[in-house]
Design a binder for this molecule. Structure first.
Ligand SMILES: NC(=O)c1ccc[n+]([C@@H]2O[C@H](COP(=O)([O-])OP(=O)(O)OC[C@H]3O[C@@H](n4cnc5c(N)ncnc54)[C@H](O)[C@@H]3O)[C@@H](O)[C@H]2O)c1
Length: 374
């Protein structure tokens, strides 16, 4: 059993989710390479030390440049906001490290392409953290589509709805600034729907749609009496065409009261339909036209069978449900195995570039009020 030394840049939301995955993946999945949680990097010494103590990292650093230059680091995990992804990932690749990067890959297609070029030139393993692919029910959906159970695909209907910025008093955090986040609900949420669309149905070739910012200014963080301009979308809605002829809609918003993490897709084909909702992530809804007419209706498959559903076996017996955190464990397990095999995994930086192209086309379509090719 080998070991690989990991450096994680960023220790807040995704930093916690990834740390949890590095801690769990060894004992549960027994990968050939065990991750050693070597360095946690942030910008504030006191805060990063506290986080390292809580999350289980051996050392801390406050400059990512020093971290990626260290000879003893094998894998660099980029869990910072989008504006720093390109610089960190490219430096890590040049230093010969494997790279895991949070989504969206970058804030622009240009940066995403530079990142892809850097990892390909360095010949390192690269992965993009679209963790929702590795939910057993989503993997089952893909299997059913590939096996032809849905026939010809007509529709992909992706909606990703949250409600955490509905309050106009919610401050102007980095996610609401174009210079840090690149875009709003679009890059944050629609990027996941686009990834699932590409994973399940295929490439998107053309888009049209609109972005909207409902609340134009917000209080500055820590200065509630001063306001700043929101420079990203609150919501996006798009119609998309796929290379295989399917037609889709992709809607993302953080302004849908009551919807917490409502990442849902429905796919309709000539032989049936399927539907998935992240808030009920152990379940897949399936409808087959081939069922006897008197018994037709959506059925619910509980995708927790260790013998039949991917990733379930090392966890628990049937029906002992999985949750959000498991999606990161599965992602990191496959990354470690890819590094052990020296073989590229998915989704990777190439998927990140394709995803970014769709995001940029959606922005263009909204700006020009026309269709935009991807
Ligand atoms: N896969 C998913 O489902 C998912 C979910 C949420 C966020 N994300 C993505 O993860 C990334 C981070 O988002 P988050 O929610 O964790 O944000 P966050 O604000 O919770 O955390 C960002 C972290 O980055 C650190 N950071 C920022 N600039 C840095 C720098 N120059 N050097 C070192 N550290 C720096 C901050 O101190 C903080 O620890 C984003 O790209 C986001 O889109 C992915």
């Amino acid at each position: 059993m080998g070991e690989i030394n990991v450096a994680l840049i960023g220790y807040a939301f995704m930093g916690r989710a990834h740390s949890n995955a590095y801690r769990q993946v060894g004992p549960i999945f027994e990968p050939r390479l065990r991750p050693r949680m070597k360095v946690l990097c942030g910008r504030n010494q006191g805060a990063v030390q506290q986080a390292a103590d809580r999350l289980g990292w051996e050392e801390v650093a406050t400059d990512w440049r020093e971290v990626v230059a260290r000879k003893d680091i094998d894998l660099v995990d980029v869990s910072t906001p989008g504006d720093s992804h390109a610089e960190i990932a490219i430096a890590a690749a040049k230093a010969g490290k494997a790279v895991l990067c949070e989504k969206p890959l970058a804030n622009t297609v240009k940066d995403a392409q530079a990142m892809l070029k850097a990892v390909e030139k360095a010949g390192v393993i690269h992965m993009l953290c679209h963790n929702y692919r590795r939910i057993p029910a989503v993997m089952l959906a893909r299997q059913l589509i590939q096996d032809g159970k849905l026939g010809r695909i007509f529709h992909y209907r992706g909606t990703y709805l949250q409600d955490w910025i509905v309050d106009p008093k919610f401050p102007l955090v980095w996610r609401l600034r174009k210079e840090t986040a690149g875009s709003g609900a679009l890059g944050d949420l629609a990027s996941h729907s686009i990834d699932l669309a590409r994973f399940l149905v295929g490439e998107i070739t053309e888009v049209t749609g609109a972005l909207e910012t409902f609340i134009k200014t917000r209080p500055l963080p820590g200065k509630p009496k001063s306001r700043g301009r929101v420079t990203v979308d609150d919501a996006s809605a798009a119609v998309v065409r796929f290379a295989n002829g399917a037609l889709g809609t992709i809607e993302a918003t953080r302004m849908a009261p009551g919807r917490k993490n409502f990442n849902r897709f429905e796919i309709n084909g000539s032989k049936g339909s399927l539907a998935f909702d992240l808030e009920r992530l152990n379940e897949l809804q399936v409808y087959y036209l081939s069922d006897p007419p008197s018994q037709q209706g959506f059925r619910t498959i509980l995708a927790t069978e260790p013998a039949h559903h991917p990733y379930v076996k090392p966890w628990w017996p049937p029906g002992h449900a999985l949750g959000y955190e498991h999606t990161f464990v599965h992602t990191i397990y496959d990354l470690l195995e890819a590094i052990a095999d020296g073989k590229q995994t998915w989704p990777n930086f190439r998927d990140g570039v394709e995803n970014q192209r769709v995001l940029e086309a959606m922005e263009k379509a909204s700006r020009t009020r026309r269709w935009a090719s991807v």
